[in-house]
Design a protein around this ligand. Structure first.
Ligand code: SAH
Length: 311
């Protein structure tokens, strides 16, 4: 290539500089020029303001440091200490959420269940005496839903274990472990009196809006483990009927009991207040479908759960 020749890419640049016609390029209008000037002014003003704010902050910090050094700072001026959860030792007991029911749940119920699992995890995380939390029979729709949430954030939940196998794996290597496992279900004839650190409590990971009865009881019996219901009727005179709670409510009651050793306060803390009124025969109970009313069941719905501040 000789010195006078122009490389192809340079040629392209030159070409783009050449006006397409001999007509002078359209002049920007007066108003667009004005607007541009205003924009520039605003941007400059913003920069200036930021710089001023930065300086003021620095100065404030410096004055505070001086005051602190001179012992002139009163407690009002000091930043509040971050509220920290007082973490005690873990309770020792285990809670298993049995996720083996997703074939009998609708897609929407699976979604609600997954929200309940989130509340369950959160309650455990914020407890001063957390349980070891296991999720078993993770598969199918529940697995798919969890995978789709927050970039599969469930995998990062601390102090949890996720098994694709059923809870039977707990006694796989030591059959004696089976004696220490209790399936919690409102349909049990046994009433829970206390929680023991060497026991494992199974909660049925099922959201069915009370379509089914005895699902968990039957499963527990089929796998040969003990069952127990929460002692709601014993402690809450107003709630003598069969009480079916959501997964996280059942779990939160366990957490509260561990913290207070007091069933009554645990129930009051978790069961929505209006449940008590409903039981006294107000309009909500009247709206319960006849077959449900016949079995005297009060169901705490997911909608209630989702508006429940404690969750
Ligand atoms: N319809 C389901 C129950 C779903 S409630 C069935 O037929 O078994 C979800 C879970 O919360 C239950 O499996 C149980 O582990 C727990 N639970 C709810 N209410 C309870 C109660 N009153 N006592 C003990 N466990 C309860």
């Amino acid at each position: 290539m000789s010195g006078s020749e122009i490389a192809p890419e340079e040629a392209a640049e030159h070409l783009s500089d050449v006006p397409e016609s001999d007509q002078p390029a359209a002049q920007p209008s007066k108003s667009s020029l004005k607007k541009a000037a205003r924009r520039e002014k605003l941007a400059a003003f913003k920069l200036e303001r930021r710089a001023r704010e930065k300086l003021a902050k620095k100065e404030k910090k410096r004055i505070k440091a001086e005051k602190r050094a001179a012992g002139e700072l009163d407690s009002e001026d000091e930043p509040k200490a971050k509220k920290r959860r007082i973490a005690g030792p873990p309770f020792g007991g285990r809670v298993v959420v049995d996720l083996g029911f997703d074939k009998i749940m609708t897609e929407k119920e699976v979604q609600s269940l997954c929200s309940q699992l989130g509340y369950t995890y959160s309650a455990n995380r914020h407890s001063g005496h957390p349980f070891a939390l296991f999720f078993t029979s993770l598969d199918g729709k529940t697995l798919a839903r969890l995978e789709s949430l927050g970039d599969a954030s469930y995998k990062r939940w601390t102090n949890t274990q996720w098994w694709s196998e059923g809870y039977e794996r707990l006694w796989e290597t030591d059959p004696a472990v089976k004696q220490s496992i209790v399936y919690l279900t409102a349909d049990s004839d046994e009433e829970l009196t206390e929680l023991k650190p060497d026991e494992t409590y199974v909660i049925g990971g099922i959201c069915d809006h009370n379509r089914y009865k005895n699902e968990c009881l039957n499963k527990a019996q089929a796998t040969g483990i003990r069952t127990a219901r929460l002692p709601i009727g014993t402690y809450l005179a107003d709630l003598r009927s069969r009480k079916v709670l959501t997964v996280n409510q059942a779990f939160e009651i366990l957490v509260h009991w561990v913290e207070t050793r007091d069933w009554e306060s645990a129930f009051h803390a978790v069961i929505p207040k209006r449940k008590f009124d409903e039981n006294k025969g107000n309009d909500k109970v009247k709206s319960v479908k006849p077959e449900k009313a016949a079995s005297e069941t009060v169901v705490v719905s997911v909608e209630e759960l989702e508006t429940n501040d404690s969750t």
